[in-house]
Design a protein around this ligand. Sequence first.
Ligand code: HXC
Length: 268
Amino acid sequence: MAITWCRPGLLHGKRALVTGGGTGICRGIALALAGAGADVGIASRREEHLAPTVRDLQALGVAAVAVAGDVRVPADVDRIIAHTADAFGGLDILVNGAAGNFVAPAAVLSPNGFGTVVDIDLKGTFNVSRAAFPLLKVRGGVILNISATLQLLGTAGQAHAAAAKAGVDSLTRTLAVEWGPSQIRVNGLAPGPVDGTEGVRRLTTPEMRTAIDAACPLGRMAAIDDVASVALFLCSDAAAFVTGVTLVVDGGLWLHSARTLGADVAGG
Ligand code: HXC
């Protein structure tokens, strides 16, 4: 994928790891980083999610590797980091995208159901960031945590994922402060619903899809490229002085969701 504003070779010489990079938004981010010249490793629990994306990354002319593993398991995390860094000779960019979700009302959500999503999204982000820190500080680096917008308001059926993503946003700010002196920037990217992703398949109905298009101030649901483009910006030196920020990329949808005035009153 070529992000249209990207200068050729923008990330030439950079070594990246994208967890969850086999599918969906994070596959798009992996392809955008590779399109800008970075070598890219991807990790996912399921091997079958990785092979097609690795082929697509290599077709862009960069080195690419895939490692199957679970971000909840420290030994897997160590293996993912070591394999990627060994293949590329180091690590400069980490995108924490591995996530899990489902819709369940809090009253019937089991403790293990709540904990499973917190373990993948929040603790997984911590596990991989912590393991990557010694490598990222060698030359200075970038961490990008994939967040969401559902924790910005109260989203029914999402107690687990919203709590996890709120924790991710907090972790982004703390790590930015702790690791800034090591020249590691830590930012977040918060997509709303993104067309063609597992998240939208799991969380929305066709009727909701139509309502999202209508409610979004920019008039449509995001495409994967909309998100990948901003990820590329935050991972590049164009954002060299940006850290501790979680940037919402949803066409203004969450702001509109909070609006209480009717369209006639608001002049809409
Ligand atoms: C209620 C559920 C459930 C459901 C699982 N659980 N699915 N509870 N409703 N639909 C409960 C189980 O009953 C169990 O609790 C606990 O969660 C763990 O379930 P497992 O299946 O054993 O866990 P695991 O195999 O590790 O699977 C993790 C998973 C699964 C998250 C539950 O859905 C998964 O692997 N998802 C990966 C892909 C994915 O989710 N993609 C969407 C990402 S979208 P008990 O008590 O029974 O033991 C996304 C975007 C977020 O993340 C932001 C959205 C805008």
